[in-house]
Design a protein around this ligand. Structure first.
Ligand code: PLP
Length: 242
């Protein structure tokens, strides 16, 4: 009980700190802090911890694994806040995510795009999505190549049950320095190009980029949604990792 109360207090302080730094970065960029959403990335955390954090000023949650999304969703861990899916999504897991995630941020192939559209059609809804790009060009990272953005937007224009809301990327892990900013600027430029092309069925108002070590840099480059895990919940513990 003591440990839990302490964790909740520490988490409240951590969220306040992140919020403060987000606001400072927004002001430094001449932006309205109110236009930037804080996504609490709650992978590996318990439903109790997630519920405690849902009472804090975070705007939404981010989940990486279908199983965790389902468990936390069914436990009402997010209270009344939206949850986004931000992890790599296999087409055979689409069924469990469509309709639960308010936005699927990690759409990185035509095949996945079509699978989501098909499932959303079955559930009779229109699924909001972001297209995830690999702007770091690292073999280990997920996301479509920047060139694949155009075919994906063309395909999405003809689909009835998806709605493209913007772009997402996980660039190579740098801090708030110039290297991060360069990648974030690349994503912002792609978003601007995509907007200028006026695709049907694409209302590109969400730019999801920046994590615990880099969210200020991302905000300076135009992020409208930052995904923060460690800076809110502390280090993650993976029992099966060495
Ligand atoms: C884990 C994760 C984050 C958060 O990373 P932290 O460094 O813990 O803030 C953000 N985005 C994605 C896609 C992630 O998988």
């Amino acid at each position: 009980m003591m440990a839990q109360a302490f964790d909740a207090r520490r988490m409240a302080e951590a969220v306040a700190e992140v919020r403060y730094r987000m606001e400072q970065a927004a002001k430094a960029a001449g932006r309205d802090p109110g236009e930037i959403l804080l996504c609490a990335v709650c992978k590996t955390r318990t439903p109790e911890t997630i519920r405690d954090s849902a009472a804090l000023p975070v705007d939404l949650f981010g989940e990486n694994h279908m199983q965790e999304l389902v468990v936390n969703y069914e436990a009402s861990a997010y209270l009344d806040k939206p949850v986004h899916f931000i992890g790599h999504l296999q087409t055979n897991k689409v069924k469990k995510v469509v309709g639960k995630a308010h936005i699927i941020q990690s759409v990185d192939s035509l095949r996945l795009l079509e699978a989501i559209d098909k499932e959303a059609g079955k559930q009779n809804l229109r699924q909001d999505i972001l297209l995830e790009l690999n702007i770091g060009e690292e073999a280990t990272k997920t996301g479509a190549a920047a060139d694949d953005l155009w075919p994906m937007l063309e395909r999405a224009a003809g689909l009835e049950h998806v709605h493209v809301r913007g772009l997402m990327a996980i660039p190579p892990a740098f801090d708030n320095g110039p290297e991060s900013r360069r990648y974030f600027a690349m994503l912002r430029e792609l978003m601007e190009q995509a907007r200028a092309r006026h695709y049907e069925n694409a209302d590109l108002d969400i730019l999801s980029m920046g994590m615990s070590g880099s969210y200020e840099a991302a905000i300076l480059e135009g992020a409208t949604l930052v995904r923060v895990g460690t800076a809110i919940y502390g280090e993650r513990y993976y029992p099966n990792r060495v």
